[in-house]
Design a protein around this ligand. Structure first.
Ligand SMILES: [Zn+2]
Ligand SMILES: [Zn+2]
Length: 302
């Protein structure tokens, strides 16, 4: 029997999209128009302009053909030591998303991460999808991410965290959630503030090029996250995890409580890894290419 991950069941071309970036409308350095043009130039099909505390629907360069997903990044500064925060990206439909274009959305400082459930509740009540952004940079602990409910996705790669702060997400919080039975999908995002910080982390979504189709596919896990490598198929057949991809040097099966040895070889385009018997909740796969760039499938639940 074959269990195929949802992204690869549809057999339609993947769209390349960015779910998190900033412009001069908040603390970004590129103008909104330059940001749209830059992504179109890099071959993106869609982009959410998610400035801090400001909901956007506008396409600042519609002649590029780049599709804009309505969205924003909401946040709260928390009490306590350091600068703990919770940041959440909202992605919504073109009509009925609960916000007006350019609306300022503010959350007062205070409380702990677990007190930020209201942010996710508001986003969902407004018919938007929610992404928990850069949990490692934010100082969110595994118990924080478990306590917060109602987000559809979590960032497992954030280019800004990597380039500006040297902080990696890499899926640790994600595996904690998955092993607790949470159906949360992993996304790679740029969170680009300077223009040149964009183009390193994106999603490839099995959808038609319209907002409704893309949101539906994101909600259903019909996509994968990447910093470069392409994934063409991911399925389980008779206890083996199987992947087809662009040439990579490392393939891994990931499960929180059952480590699997990686397969390493130059130019792998197809690999099978035997799933350990003790692995009973989910598996996902990761690949790394010769430049060290990763791609992550979403999980198959066992
Ligand atoms: Zn943020
Ligand atoms: Zn951001």
């Amino acid at each position: 029997m074959i269990l195929r991950q949802a992204a690869f069941q549809k057999k339609i071309p993947f769209l390349k999209g960015g779910l998190h970036c900033h412009t001069t409308l908040s603390d970004g350095k590129g103008s909104p128009e330059a940001t749209v043009r830059h992504h179109a130039h890099m071959g993106y099909d869609f982009l959410a302009i998610t400035d801090h505390r400001r909901y956007n629907f506008t396409n600042f360069a519609p002649d590029t053909g780049l599709l804009i997903l309505p969205g924003m990044e909401a946040d709260r500064f928390l009490d306590g030591s350091g600068m703990q925060v919770v940041h959440a990206v909202a992605l919504g439909p073109e009509t009925g998303n609960g916000y007006t274009d350019g609306q300022e959305v503010l959350y007062e400082r205070g409380g702990l991460a677990v007190d930020c459930q209201d942010i996710f509740d508001d986003i969902r009540k407004a018919n938007n999808l929610a992404v928990l952004a850069h949990p490692t940079w934010s100082g969110n602990t595994p118990s924080d991410v478990l306590a917060l409910q109602g987000y559809d996705m979590i960032e497992i790669w954030n280019t800004g965290s990597e380039l500006d702060w040297g902080i990696s997400d890499r899926g640790y919080h994600w595996d904690v959630l998955l092993s607790a039975g949470r159906r949360v999908w992993g996304v790679a995002s740029d969170d680009g503030h300077a223009l040149q910080e964009n183009g390193f982390g994106f999603v490839r979504v099995a959808a038609e090029k319209n907002v409704a189709s893309i949101l539906e596919a994101l909600k259903n896990g019909e996509f994968y996250a990447s910093c470069g490598p392409e994934i063409y198929d991911f399925y389980i057949e008779d206890g083996w995890a199987c992947i087809h991809c662009s040439p990579v040097d490392q393939v891994a099966v990931r499960n929180f409580t059952a480590p699997h040895r990686v397969v390493q070889k130059n130019g792998i385009t197809a690999a099978q890894i035997k799933i350990r018997d003790c692995c009973q909740d989910y598996i996902r796969m990761e690949v790394v290419d010769e430049k060290g760039r990763r791609a992550w499938t979403n999980p198959i639940f066992l």
